[in-house]
Write a protein that binds this ligand. Structure first.
Ligand SMILES: NC(=O)c1ccc[n+]([C@@H]2O[C@H](COP(=O)([O-])OP(=O)(O)OC[C@H]3O[C@@H](n4cnc5c(N)ncnc54)[C@H](OP(=O)(O)O)[C@@H]3O)[C@@H](O)[C@H]2O)c1
Length: 302
């Protein structure tokens, strides 16, 4: 058993330097994984990375329109573990039908990992985007909240019984929510972001963090690990081509971190290397000082 350092004690996190690979390294995703927004961007790359490297039995790759999801269909031809599932996170009926379809395919098996990835960030920059501080548009904010927050909560509720069964059977059970560093209240990115930034998006992701933290407390007793992640600022339709990272710099480390998640990390808000973006969740001065140190020495502001 490793000796905890002062920081691992304070942060209730493992000391990475001495940490040995756990059983979770062998696979870390269990047999069955579900990903929303899987037809492009990060979701599509998650599907490929997991299919290629993690030996899972099934990946339920959910998207609004499987008939138009060309890249996902190509992946499906290459990796037989992929199942295309129609799912629109804004439509309750669609979520219900998708959950029934997944249950049917699983028969008596359980869902081990749910990745709530689907999300929007419309009109990236500019004072009049609708998500901005000075010119907010109600329908714009409502759409961001409906997809990024409400949809995530509805999908989670629909698939939760399958995750709970998994935990009950002693299998891997992970609930993963895609957040962003832009969600961070304490990191204060908003200050220089107000004029041109999409304030609505930041608020939705802060809500995702709040949701993650709240439900993690309830699901802990069931044996489910719930966390949220910033993938970094990544070149996708959402991240735009001026983003700092390619999907290959984001998704492999993110998937590795997820595969290694331990119960001590339940409720955390992390970047793709499992550095803690915890300031909005825990708020004592030590955490502020420690995070400033992390920020100085790493690239977690992406
Ligand atoms: N890229 C970044 O720099 C970055 C940074 C931080 C966090 N994130 C988060 O990571 C996640 C994925 O982002 P991304 O960069 O991959 O974005 P993206 O390339 O724009 O892809 C977004 C995905 O979400 C899906 N989606 C949107 N509305 C949906 C709905 N109503 N129902 C189901 N699916 C829906 C899209 O499907 P359609 O094709 O049908 O629209 C698409 O598959 C998002 O939650 C985002 O906030 C991204």
């Amino acid at each position: 058993m490793q000796k905890p350092t002062i920081f691992s004690k304070i942060l209730n996190c493992p000391d990475k330097k001495n940490e040995k690979n756990s059983v979770a390294d062998i696979n870390g995703f269990g047999n069955n994984v579900l990903i929303t927004g899987a037809n492009r961007g990060l979701g599509l790359n998650m599907v490929e990375e997991i299919a290629k490297n993690y030996g899972v039995k099934r990946i339920f790759a959910c998207c609004r329109d499987p008939d138009k999801a060309k890249d996902l269909v190509s992946l499906n031809l290459k990796y037989k573990v992929i199942h295309l599932i129609k799912l629109d996170v804004q439509n309750d009926k669609s979520i219900e039908v998708a959950a029934e379809e997944v249950k049917k395919i699983l028969v008596n098996e359980n869902l081990n990992v749910l990745i709530n990835n689907a999300g929007i960030f419309e009109d990236t920059f500019g004072e009049r985007t609708g998500g901005s501080f000075y010119f907010p548009q109600r329908d714009y904010w409502a759409r961001h909240f409906d997809i990024n927050v409400n949809g995530l909560a509805m999908v989670t509720a629909a698939f939760l019984p399958l995750l709970q069964q998994s935990a009950k059977a002693g299998e891997r059970a992970l609930l993963i929510n895609m957040s962003s560093t832009l969600a961070s209240i304490s990191l204060g990115r908003i200050a220089d972001f107000l004029k041109n930034g999409n304030v609505a998006y930041s608020m939705t992701k802060a809500a995702v963090n709040s949701y993650t933290h709240l439900v993690s407390k309830y699901l802990e007793k069931d044996g489910i690990i719930t966390t949220c992640f910033c993938p970094g600022w990544v070149k996708t339709d959402l991240g735009t081509e001026v983003a700092e990272l390619t999907v290959d710099q984001s998704i492999p480390p993110l998937m590795k971190t997820i595969s290694n998640l331990k119960k001590e990390q339940n409720g955390n808000y992390m970047n793709r290397f499992d550095l803690y973006l915890f300031l909005d969740i825990l708020s004592i001065n030590t955490h502020f000082r420690h995070c400033d140190r992390l920020l100085t020495h790493s690239n977690i502001m992406t």
